[in-house]
Design a protein around this ligand. Sequence first.
Ligand code: THU
Length: 137
Amino acid sequence: MQDQELIRLAFHGRKEAYAPYSHFLVGAALLCEDGSVYLGCNIENASYPAGNCAERTAAFKAVSDGKRDWKGIAIVGGRDGEDCVYCPPCGICRQVLREFCDPSQFFVIMARSEQDYEKMTLEELLPHSFGPDYVRG
Ligand code: THU
């Protein structure tokens, strides 16, 4: 799948963002190895810590659908009514993404538009990461 298409889907996911407290709307599109794509948005809560990021929404949707092999993710975020910024995944989301991928291959696209984006590997964003091999028997 082309980067542009995944970004377009992330913008689609962002339409459902529920962020009445921060007014920072985020969408994510997670590409699985089998070609399927899971969309996510941030979902805030009146009890602030109970909110969830767009990336984890997409990740948990994928896992709950039996998809455990991930190729990359596109993220679009920005304040409501303003242009998107290059929105990097938070530390917790980086760790969640780490679980079901090869961090040296998994790509993270941070996009302002379909044409304007940064692309890095998860390993670059989360070096020396703690993964399943450390704890598997
Ligand atoms: N947020 C995300 O959904 N993903 C990110 O990569 C950064 C932050 C959300 C969490 C919260 O709802 C809002 O953006 C402001 O932090």
